[in-house]
Design a protein around this ligand. Structure first.
Ligand SMILES: [Zn+2]
Length: 574
């Protein structure tokens, strides 16, 4: 059954749906609004306390529920109003409203005379409150208690709060107040001290995912788990937002016609397109490019993103998200990131290793400030690019803390030599800083014990690779023709001629790393083939040799299409 045809059918599922849903179309958030305490997700502590109070008949006369929007404040208030006034409970040990008795049905349909709901955002004046106070004096018309639900209570004026205070101090026994607010700090302390306060938590992504899955299953919609996970993440703790996103995504999916086929599923990409967000992998790539200082690449990426209708504030939030995750991984490298793919997880772990804590902190600050700028800018797309450029260029600046002392560098170099793994060098040490260190260390130290010598050019290139001098390694491997190699001296011809200072840089780095003086000269002589050419020639020769092998010949004869492509050595036994 498709989702559309379901809208007009009556469904008997738990959580129960309200009467209206049988008629016209109802948004999911409303349709699936919890009607019992057990259906309120993510607020177990509050539900437990309320249940205990109801059971032991020791319920206070005023409550204040606070929390982010969409976490269930008003929903809880309404369930509580029904639980207080329900007369249909047969069992004594349950506190849930029965849902079928007179008061339950009337409150659910918002037409019970004794349950008054007021939005303080539009009723801020003292007169509005006076009206409530005067009606408090009369006994409830049919229910056990008069219940006043005041939403966004922090919006009340100072006078309104003062007027309310007297009633809160000496409330009539037949009256209960339930306040809800997103901004508890704006509620006077005198009011707070007379209320039983509940802080509703943001709903965790996991709990939200589980709940959305159950809704999707009961709606019999085809939605991929990845799409649900993404909606849960975008909703940022607000269940109402999550339900709206799901609603919107399903509507779009249906409208495009894709959703009408029973075999097609709403995917994470549909959700991303709707919200205007990058894929995880793209965000991580963008983040990495920024930290490599590849500014023009990042600007191109964001331009494409914006042209496709991407949400700039969303992008900033995603970048902040990545910054946070990388910092978390610094503290806890094996942290399971849950929703992300294995490749994304590996990519993030590698990035986290490569970036230092100060760099991540700085990134966080720039992005946080930038987010405000982007949100308040009349030209958000340009503001976004300005922030990214700032972030990109700042990677070239030396870090704020002072440079390490000479002995520290020496130690650093030693430990560096010990690490065998090769990773992208994005660390705090910027090219600018590295060069300055080398200048400082120009003075060579001839130390008998630590002397490092090389037999051939290949050993030097391997040595550079081991020390993550990727650019110089590439230079030696691909561009350098060896003419002469002596103790502490190299003569080379470089493919691109003499117009660079690369050979000076090479001498400096070798001097630093080997603790002895190195000089590198350039010459016009032809010299030997480059290391790369040599390696390629060697591989070619081996390929020819392999083809002569009788066994290989046999294979080639049997399989007409077969070719010898590559030779892979068997792993050496230790
Ligand atoms: Zn009832």
């Amino acid at each position: 059954m498709t989702w559309l045809s379901l809208q007009n059918s009556s469904v008997s599922n738990s959580p129960p749906i309200s009467q209206e849903s049988k008629g016209s179309y109802q948004v999911l958030a409303r349709k699936w609004r919890p009607q019992a305490f057990k259906d309120v997700i993510g607020q177990e502590v509050m539900i437990q306390i309320l249940s205990n109070a109801l059971k032991s008949d020791r319920l206070g006369h005023a409550f204040i529920l606070t929390g982010e929007r969409g976490v269930g404040k008003t929903t809880t208030a309404r369930i509580l109003a029904r639980a207080i006034n329900c007369v249909g409970r047969s069992l004594k040990d349950t506190v849930e409203p029965c849902g079928v008795c007179g008061p339950c049905v009337d409150i659910l349909e918002e037409r019970h005379l004794d349950v008054i709901e007021m939005d303080a955002a539009s009723h801020t004046s003292v007169d509005d409150i006076r009206e409530i106070i005067s009606s408090c004096r009369y006994l409830p018309s049919s229910a056990a208690y008069k219940v006043y639900i005041i939403d966004e209570v922090h919006m009340l004026s100072k006078n309104a709060f003062n007027a309310l205070l007297k009633t809160l101090e000496e409330p009539p026994p037949h009256v209960k107040f339930i306040f809800a607010t997103t901004e508890i700090h704006k509620v006077p302390i005198t009011i707070l001290s007379r209320c039983c306060r509940f802080d509703l938590k943001r709903i965790s992504t996991e709990a939200m995912g589980t709940y959305l899955k159950s809704v999707v299953a009961q709606e019999e919609s085809n939605v991929e788990d990845d799409a649900i996970a993404l909606i849960a993440r975008f909703a940022d703790g607000s269940l109402r937002d999550a339900m709206s996103l799901l609603d919107q995504a399903l509507n779009m999916f249906q409208r495009t016609g894709e959703g009408s086929a029973e075999t097609s599923f709403l995917t994470a990409n549909h959700v991303r397109d709707m919200v205007g967000a990058f894929e995880n992998a793209e965000i991580i790539t963008l983040f990495e490019a920024l930290h490599r200082g590849e500014i023009s690449k990042t600007l191109k990426m964001t331009e494409n993103f914006y042209q496709k209708g991407g949400d700039t504030a969303r992008l900033m939030k995603d970048l902040l998200d990545v910054t946070y995750i990388l910092s978390r991984l610094k503290v806890d490298p094996m942290l399971d990131l849950g929703l992300r793919t294995k490749e994304d997880q590996a990519h993030l772990q590698a990035l986290s290793k490569a970036l230092s804590v100060p760099v991540l902190q700085r990134t966080w600050q720039i992005l946080s400030k930038g987010w405000e700028e982007v949100r308040s800018s009349p030209i958000a797309a340009l503001a976004l690019q300005m922030v990214l450029m700032r972030l990109g260029y700042i990677q070239d600046l030396p870090p704020l803390h002072s440079w390490p002392s000479f002995s520290q560098i020496e130690k650093q170099e030693d430990t560096k030599a010990d690490t065998k793994e090769m990773s992208v060098d994005l660390s705090e040490e910027t090219p600018v800083q590295r060069e300055s260190q080398e200048v400082k260390e120009e003075r060579p130290i001839e130390n008998g014990e630590n002397i490092i010598s090389f037999e051939n050019l290949e050993e030097i290139s391997d040595f550079l690779l081991k020390h993550k001098e990727i650019r110089l390694y590439t230079l030696l491997y691909q561009e350098a023709h060896l003419i002469e190699m002596k103790d502490g001296s190299l003569t080379l011809r470089l493919n691109f001629g003499e117009d660079t200072k690369s050979h000076l840089q090479l001498a400096r780095v070798l001097t630093t790393l080997t603790h002895r003086k190195w000089t590198v000269h350039l010459s016009q002589e032809t010299g030997q083939a480059t290391l790369r050419e040599k390696k390629e020639a060697l591989e070619k020769a081996r390929l020819v040799e392999a083809q002569q092998d009788p066994l290989v010949q046999e294979v080639l004869k049997t399989f007409k299409e077969a070719r010898v492509e590559k030779i892979i050595d068997e792993p050496k036994e230790e």
